[in-house]
Design a protein around this ligand. Structure first.
Ligand code: SAM
Length: 274
């Protein structure tokens, strides 16, 4: 057994992305950024050994947690001070129905977590589908993922995750966190991000599946010009009419323009010849 992977008597499981926060300064900073208030419906994804759970729960009467690791869920259940405050779901957050919980609580959720990095991107997409039931989210992620979330057109980090995240949310970087703030230390730098779902979408789309498809196809061929990557969906005339230069690449198109493309395609579903 490698002792560096044992924290508070628990052997960290790599398959569950377990890197436990050990730095009181960072923990304090994250809890202040979340700023939980007693009457709010707060949910933690992956509480682990409770590094964030304890200080957040101190400010609340009840806290909902979703933890996949059965041993850790059991440990939280018997925690002397946390146990009575927690509602524990021992399940995969990827299958959790956040809308149902918000309906039970009668208010939108405040979701936070030091996420397992191996599933952070699909988990964010799962959460985006519940943004109507979420007030805000604070997540620790790989710094590289936070860079992608906040990136704008023209940057190398700008991709499908940037467009979809910014379609759903205002994205605000909060804090950078070095590897040594965790046990065991991950191989990458980390960062905390705040995601606030738009109360009113700045660029509403009529069918989100169309936006999802266009961004998948455009960034799937990000080195090609749009006339090549999206030419099977939009004629040159249509691109020009929408103010989009067909010689641009996926990374040059702003979120608002992707939304325009999606709304056009939703009302003209037949493939167009270039
Ligand atoms: N919050 C703790 C901390 O900051 O020290 C632990 C964070 S650790 C990076 C990720 C946590 O998510 C672990 O407790 C892990 O067991 C849990 N986890 C991993 N996959 C999960 C999933 N699919 N659903 C819910 N929890 C998961």
């Amino acid at each position: 057994m490698n002792n560096r992977r044992v924290h508070q008597g628990h052997l960290a499981r790599k398959r569950f992305g377990q890197n436990f926060l050990n730095d009181p300064y960072i923990i304090d900073h994250i809890v202040s950024a979340i700023h939980p208030l007693p009457e709010q419906a707060v949910v933690e994804i992956g509480p682990g050994l409770g590094a964030l759970t304890e200080p957040v729960a101190e400010r609340l009467d009840t806290l909902t947690v979703i933890e996949l690791d059965r041993d850790l869920a059991a440990r939280l259940q018997t925690h002397p001070f946390l146990g009575p405050k927690l509602t524990i779901f021992q399940q995969d957050a990827m299958t959790f129905d956040f809308a149902e919980l918000a309906a039970q609580k009668g208010q939108p959720l405040r979701v936070f977590g030091n996420l397992p990095y191996n599933i952070s991107t699909p988990l964010m997409f799962h959460l985006f589908s519940y943004t109507h039931a979420i007030k805000d989210m604070h997540f620790m992620l790989q710094k590289e993922v936070v860079n992608r979330l906040v990136a704008g057109p023209g940057s190398k980090a700008y991709g499908r995750l940037s467009v979809m995240a910014q379609y759903y949310c205002q994205v605000i970087p909060v804090l950078e966190v070095p590897p040594e703030s965790f046990t065991p230390a991950p191989k990458v730098d980390s960062a905390v991000v705040r995601l606030v779902p738009h109360a009113t979408h700045p660029y509403p789309v009529s069918d989100i599946r169309v936006l999802s498809r266009i961004t998948t196809e455009a960034f799937g061929k990000r080195r090609k010009t749009l006339r090549n990557s999206l030419g099977h969906l939009f004629t040159l005339d249509v691109l020009n009419a929408l103010g989009i230069d067909p010689t641009w690449r996926a990374e040059n198109i702003a979120v608002a323009q992707y939304c325009q493309l999606a709304n056009w395609l939703a009302t003209h579903p037949e493939p167009q010849e270039m």
